[in-house]
Design a protein around this ligand. Sequence first.
Ligand code: UN1
Length: 514
Amino acid sequence: MTVEKTKQIVMDGLGLKERNSGVYYGQWMGSEGKKTIESFCPINGSFLGSVTQGEESDYEKVIIAAQKAFKVWSVIPAPRRGEIIGEIGAELLKNKELLGKLVSLEVGKTISEGAGEIQEAIDIANFAVGLSRQLYGLTIASERPDHRLMEQWHPLGTIGVITSFNFPAAVWAWNALIAAVVGNVTIWKPSSSALLTAVAVSRIANRVMERNGLPPIFLLVCGSGRTVGNLLVNDKRVSLISFTGSTKVGRSVGEQTAARFGKSILELGGNNCAVVTSKAQIDLAVKGVAFGAMATAGQRCTSTRRVLVHSSIYPEFIAKLTEVYSKVNIGSPLDSSVIVGPLVNNGAVEDFKKTVTEAKEQGGRILFGGKTITIPQNENGCFVQPTIIEVPKQKGIVLEETFAPILYLMKFDSMDEAISIHNGVPQGLSSAIFSTDMREIELFISSLGSDCGIVNVNTSTAGAEIGGAFGGEKETGGGRESGSDSWKYYARRQTVTINYGYDIPLSQGIVFPV
Ligand code: UN1
């Protein structure tokens, strides 16, 4: 289907207009006199729609609404909060196809990946419903007679959620829905490259709140990082900043938040590596690496950016991987036979070109791709070839994350060498080993193996399920989001001691005879 036709169906279906309000504080901000940010389709460069930006005074309204909403929402019993989040999940499911296509139009994901993105948000909603009956603390044996010692978890209050373009709905859901079940209120500042998706998702969530007569807990403030982002990060009224984006920006967000003793969850760059050992099932490894490196056109935090292959299978692996690459259909992601769509914008294409040039200058040899592509009928699209570059040594540009389908290939001879190269980058998000050898696998997932937050065995670095905690170490920032007990990041722990006796016995055997 063409961009124009899809746009018409999606915009009508989701009620989006040419110009949309980008600020919600219990009502949508009027658009008159407001600056807008325009959204262009990376498939053909066409205009999709525009969204108004918030200024400082609008931000203030949002914060005040958040603080008011918290007082009501946080005291609603958690299981009831869960039911409401369940309704949001149901609404997302009803709109899954339209929202998925909007993601395809706005950031260039394939139809299947666009739908998967919305499914990830629905999965989190379902997870939050279950969690709503499992938010518990510990009771600890007290050393003092007639005393109870326990821990309880309270919501933090107002939470700022700053998301990137590449998962424009799912990452909001990871944060906002888990924060909400704990009893918090979130203010979302979405990426300026995916504003229509943010507006559409926010409208759905807020409609559910409105029809239940509940306060606005899913606030939205579109605008630039320099204005709105900075206001959020430096605002003491915002207890936690959850930031997803580059290490460069994340470092500054982390520093600024820490300087005011705010909490932060940082989900920053990855430089994810797959290790393919001599004991790997080669065809399976080829598929896993191909998906990891090319899905979402290499624009996932979890994308496979490096592959280390044992020297005994090196030529065979290259032959099979390049064959898979040569058969990949690149083009409009709205066409169901396409599995690699465009990059998000022209800036990303420039980064791709620059990285390929630098890798070549630093001794890299292109085994596949390396060029931009023009697709007939979509001449203004941001298309590039998925690229494999063999590098002699891990240095320079290989140590950096480029959001593009560029895969660096290296050879190794021993597991020790593989682990040392694998861990020899500043980032630590996701990792993978392809092997059928129990000892190699156990070493890789041991404390002396992969130093990443996520480790995969015989599957791709990309494509994590929501049930596990998501995040990484080192320059990836150390945060955890999504499943498992990540909800604790959105809560403050309170240790409670209750004396129900008639005396005051002291801990540590201290005597204080007053
Ligand atoms: C991201 O790229 O920021 O694991 C998130 C994955 C997806 C989420 C990626 N479930 O690839």
